[in-house]
Design a protein around this ligand. Structure first.
Ligand SMILES: C[S@@+](CC[C@H](N)C(=O)[O-])C[C@H]1O[C@@H](n2cnc3c(N)ncnc32)[C@H](O)[C@@H]1O
Length: 176
């Protein structure tokens, strides 16, 4: 293949590769614990981490009795890693691993959604969360807010301090 053909093939391949909506950065373990504390987990909860990276949030969540998790990740290599970490921790049977775009994967059965993305990604995701999640579902975001959807609780954690935000999906407004 000539250099020109190779450049064209690489360009075409790029057209079909979906770019992530947030870069990879791990949540430190002590912040994972604070996020899950703020989520107020109970038996029966189903925790979705949208953009789950190495799976650390759902892996920590399913260690609570009766909690199950769903790890949604665009990057197949990272999802494979998450599955291996969960297997080594003996909790993989409690987690569903989904390779895909967090804007496409069904989320209706979540009772808790955790996010560590970017503010523009949160803002794009917000209508979907409000439309598709059931009332009472808690949404927890590290570092990034949801614009004028005001958080019901916030907490400062770590050094340098980072903010954790919590929202609860409201009951639909009665139509008059
Ligand atoms: C900041 S990292 C957070 C990882 C993990 N949630 C944590 O807190 O340790 C963001 C993750 O979102 C993933 N991601 C970005 N855009 C995505 C998309 N559209 N669908 C699914 N995952 C995505 C990235 O690959 C990355 O692993």
């Amino acid at each position: 293949m000539s250099a020109a053909e190779l450049a064209l093939a690489s360009g075409l391949a790029l057209l079909f590769v979906q770019l992530p909506d947030a870069p990879y950065e791990e949540t430190p373990p002590e912040i994972v614990e604070r996020m899950l504390h703020l989520a107020d987990l109970h038996p029966g909860d189903v925790v979705y981490d949208l953009g789950c990276g190495d799976g650390r949030i759902v892996i920590a969540a399913v260690r609570r009795p009766g909690v199950r998790g769903v790890c949604v990740e665009l990057d197949p290599a990272r999802l494979k890693w998450a599955r291996e970490v969960a297997e080594n921790a003996g909790v993989s049977s409690l987690i569903r691993f989904v390779q895909g775009d967090l804007f496409e994967v069904p989320i209706q059965d979540a009772t808790v959604v955790t996010l560590y993305l970017l503010r523009p990604t949160n803002l794009r995701l917000r209508p979907r969360l409000l439309r598709e999640l059931r009332p009472g579902t808690r949404v927890i975001s590290l570092r990034f807010d949801m614009g004028n959807w005001e958080a019901e609780r916030t907490e400062q954690v770590g050094d340098p301090p980072r903010t954790i935000y919590r929202w609860t999906i409201p009951e639909p407004r009665p139509v008059r």
